[in-house]
Design a binder for this molecule. Sequence first.
Ligand code: PRP
Ligand code: URA
Length: 207
Amino acid sequence: MVTVLDNPIIAHKLAQLRDKRTPSGIFRALVEEIAMLMVYEVGREFESYEVEIETPLTSCRVKILYEENFVVVPILRAGLGMSSGVLKILPNASVGHIGLYRDEKTFQPVEYYSKMPPNLGEKILLVTDPMLATGGSAVAALQMLKDKGARKIFFMCIVAAPQGIEKVSAAHPDVPIYTAAIDDGLNENCYILPGLGDAGDRIFSTL
Ligand code: PRP
Ligand code: URA
């Protein structure tokens, strides 16, 4: 299932991300802000729990999230730009890292790092990567997480190509995809069109 977060504020910030004149510092801040806005929308699916608390005046029942149950999982590198935004909203979540890069010739994902907190099967995972292009990286990352026991996963990206959505939906139909936009397709180098270029390079100024 794919949900496009069709919101004027997100669209406004995405427009700035797409603009090639946007410098790295602003680009990084925008990615973080979009992730904050996105997690607000994804959060509609989170289960909240009623507890009793004392206000300064009386007691009352309130609804809370158990933030410790969440694991934010950026796909390195570009996913880090979004995970910092998610962590501003859920500061007590834990963080798992998956290092994957896309081979420049074959476009296949190559794994180079993985470090996860324990008990993934009991956690809610928020996987972040701004770009869903062919879908190879996302499919591999989600499989790695499931192999480690993960069961409840949300995938958050900013720009998705139809090919990537199809590939992830086919391989992981149980993982909902949230994106700010679905673009037209991919160019011959498997970059998203119109897209925003290389997200990792723009976030970390490695162009
Ligand atoms: C980018 C992006 C995704 C992947 C998407 O990462 O952040 O992880 O490509 O492409 P796909 O859907 O075709 O697999 P990249 O390999 O450029 O690594 P980086 O984040 O370290 O720059
Ligand atoms: N990775 C990116 O950073 N951008 C794309 O358009 C495709 C993959």
